[in-house]
Design a protein around this ligand. Structure first.
Ligand SMILES: Cc1cc2nc3c(=O)[nH]c(=O)nc-3n(C[C@H](O)[C@H](O)[C@H](O)COP(=O)(O)O)c2cc1C
Length: 187
């Protein structure tokens, strides 16, 4: 399958089957992600694969605690989007999947966040190639969540990717046309 076909096929999934899959599939995706470019080639990313059920539960609890606070404060466009998408403080997907992939950036490196997100993009497409699905979950900033996996204090948790086989794959969200996102010689 071409990169364009993979990119067009990929979509966010928030409901997963509990079916197991081999860890090798995720390792293959990390192999792809770690080929990403990075500021002065520091490769400032770290991927923690979590399959221990009690650890997943603790991560879910830590996230939901912060989500409750966030949801009580959220307003405007974000609130409307969450209601439309049925996104609440509950994060069942953090427990129902075989694996969580926690992606950290090393804040000591220049461009650590930008570089890590490039690697996340590579990882998302690699998952699609493996027939696996995820949601790019960005938990509210909190050291408590990172502490669940003993991350050093200078590592920032960027995203938690719950990975599994999709239980239901929603429709592909529309994308802008190429003419809307690109111009030639002048903006
Ligand atoms: C940086 C980033 C942060 C996101 N954060 C969340 C999140 O916290 N929770 C969630 O349910 N989806 C999150 N998403 C998923 C987006 O809502 C989703 O990618 C977008 O609606 C487009 O849909 P698609 O991925 O199916 O094409 C995030 C995506 C990105 C790229």
């Amino acid at each position: 399958m071409s990169l364009l076909e993979l990119a067009r096929r990929r979509r966010t999934v928030r409901k997963f089957k509990r079916d197991a899959f081999p860890m090798e599939k995720l390792i293959k995706c990390v192999e792809v992600a770690k080929e990403a470019p990075s500021g002065i080639n520091k490769q400032p990313w770290h991927f923690v694969l979590v399959n221990d059920p009690s650890k997943k539960r603790e991560i879910r609890n830590a996230c939901e605690e912060k989500e409750k606070e966030l949801h009580s404060r959220v307003k405007g466009e974000l609130k409307e989007w969450m209601e439309r998408e049925n996104i609440t403080w509950k994060k069942e997907f953090l427990e129902e999947v075989p694996y969580l992939v926690m992606v950290f950036s090393d804040t000591r490196a220049p461009y650590s966040r930008e570089s890590t997100w490039v690697a996340v993009g590579y990882f998302l497409l690699a998952l699609e190639e493996e027939g696996l699905a995820t949601v790019t979950y960005t938990p509210p900033p909190s050291r408590d969540i990172a502490k669940e996996v003993n991350a050093p204090p200078y590592y920032r948790l960027e995203t938690i990717l719950p990975v599994g086989y999709p239980a239901s794959k929603g429709r592909k969200k529309e994308r802008k046309r190429v003419e809307e996102v690109m111009s030639i010689n002048t903006f």
